[in-house]
Design a protein around this ligand. Structure first.
Ligand code: ADP
Ligand code: MG
Length: 397
């Protein structure tokens, strides 16, 4: 951190100048006792106790306060930077939405029964940690279907899953990315997506056998959060999603977002984030899935949803919304700004106190006890000013 570097150099400077304050007057014929006293007073009042206490207490208090409200901020540097965000980018599924989609329809494309399509899909999805995967499994078990054992499972972030089910290769995932769509599939998929839902195609040995409709709900706090973030950052948040454009647009509209980028693979999300950074924005990305981890790492700051977040995403993130509460985001930005303000106030106060006391000591005569009192008093005040960030009122959702 910038301040830490300054503190180090400052401390060295104080020690060296103390030697000068002692040696120079002595060399010019000064009397030992008063010269030594003045140099000692100088060292006390010029030492950077107040400067050291200026930065960490506000930031650590803010981190503690955020923790009490279900937000894990991983370092003081992150806390310092959160408030400088100028552009927020949201992932859709699991972030702006509840992340608990439900299967609302099963359409058959081949000579299989709907239940069989669902059973095969759920068997393939069983090891998946994606919200869509869990929804498919829940739908199948909810209908009393017994899942088959699977082998050779693989998940491709942003695309879907593949597994061997009863000797057949079953794939479940994004229609646009998995298949060259047949006309009947296109009709089914377009109808689903036009309603704002997510369509997932099921393939057996490369042949499309069905389309699952999954409906997810916007988090009730999403729209208010978007409005608050626009006010704080000066820009409306954008949506970066791997889902289809129609579903993304319909959902974004409800949340008050107009800038929508859909059908993105993880690397496309990275590219969008990089483009925003190149345009000079200080970008904060919020996501939950493993497909968001690269984008989180590319952003200035990454925030993960705690409940739905995949392990990699939680690890990559600079902060975690442990309770998946979106309203914590604007509160966090405000808290960070308040902490930064306290840091600046403290630095100004510390500088004034040090300059005043040093001038008094060098130009006039500052009695040692008064020097100690001024120095320690200032330090305590600055410490207390930092602890203000612990107060309940510093958290404003
Ligand atoms: P988002 O960016 O909105 O969180 P993802 O990138 O996680 O969406 O997923 C993008 C698309 O990839 C989904 O809409 C779906 O079509 C497909 N997909 C990804 N994982 C799965 C899965 N486990 N099962 C089915 N489809 C999946
Ligand atoms: Mg997601």
């Amino acid at each position: 951190m910038f301040v830490e570097k300054i503190e180090q150099r400052y401390s060295v400077t104080v020690v060296l100048t103390t030697l000068l304050v002692f040696a120079v007057p002595l060399a010019l014929g000064g009397v030992l006792r008063p010269t030594l006293l003045r140099a000692m007073t100088y060292m006390i009042v010029a030492s950077p106790c107040a400067v050291v206490l200026a930065t960490m207490p506000p930031l650590l208090s803010a981190i503690a306060n955020a923790g009490r409200h279900g937000v894990l901020v991983k370092s003081a540097i992150v806390m310092e930077q959160l408030g400088q965000t100028t552009q927020v980018a949201f992932d859709k599924t699991g972030t702006l939405t509840q992340g608990t989609p439900h299967v609302t329809g099963v359409q058959v494309l081949a000579d299989l029964r709907a239940e069989e399509v669902l059973r095969l899909a759920a068997s393939a999805e069983h090891p998946s940690e994606h919200p869509l995967g869990r929804a498919v499994v829940a739908a199948a078990t909810g209908r009393g279907l017994a899942l088959a054992n699977t082998g050779d499972f693989a998940a491709t972030p942003g695309r879907g899953v593949t597994a061997l089910v009863e000797g057949q290769r079953v794939q479940v995932g994004s229609p646009a990315l998995l298949t060259a769509p047949t006309p009947s599939q296109t009709v089914v998929v377009t109808t689903v997506e036009a309603k704002g839902d997510t369509a997932v195609v099921v393939l057996v040995n490369g042949r499309p056998v069905g389309v699952l409709t999954l409906a997810d709900q916007l988090r009730p706090t999403a729209a208010a959060t978007v409005t608050a973030l626009r006010g704080l950052t000066g820009h409306t948040p954008v949506l970066l999603t791997g889902d289809n454009a129609l579903a993304a647009r319909s959902l974004a509209e409800q949340a008050g977002i107009r800038d929508v980028h859909a059908a993105l693979l993880p690397e496309d999300k990275v590219q969008r984030v990089q483009a925003l950074r190149d345009a000079g924005q200080h970008v904060l990305v919020v996501g939950d899935g493993i497909n968001d981890a690269p984008a989180l790492a590319t952003a200035n700051l990454g925030v993960a949803m705690g409940r739905h977040g995949s392990d990699l995403t939680l690890q990559t993130a600079d902060a975690v919304l442990v309770r998946d509460d979106l309203t914590a985001l604007p509160a966090l930005l405000r808290l960070s700004r308040a902490a930064r303000r306290a840091v600046v106030q403290n630095l100004v106060l510390a500088t004034l106190a040090i300059l005043g006391l040093v001038a008094w000591d060098l130009l006039g005569t500052l009695p040692l006890p008064l020097g100690v009192l001024g120095h320690e008093g200032g330090t305590v005040l600055i410490g207390l000013n930092g602890l203000r960030l612990l107060r309940k009122s510093a958290w404003r959702p």
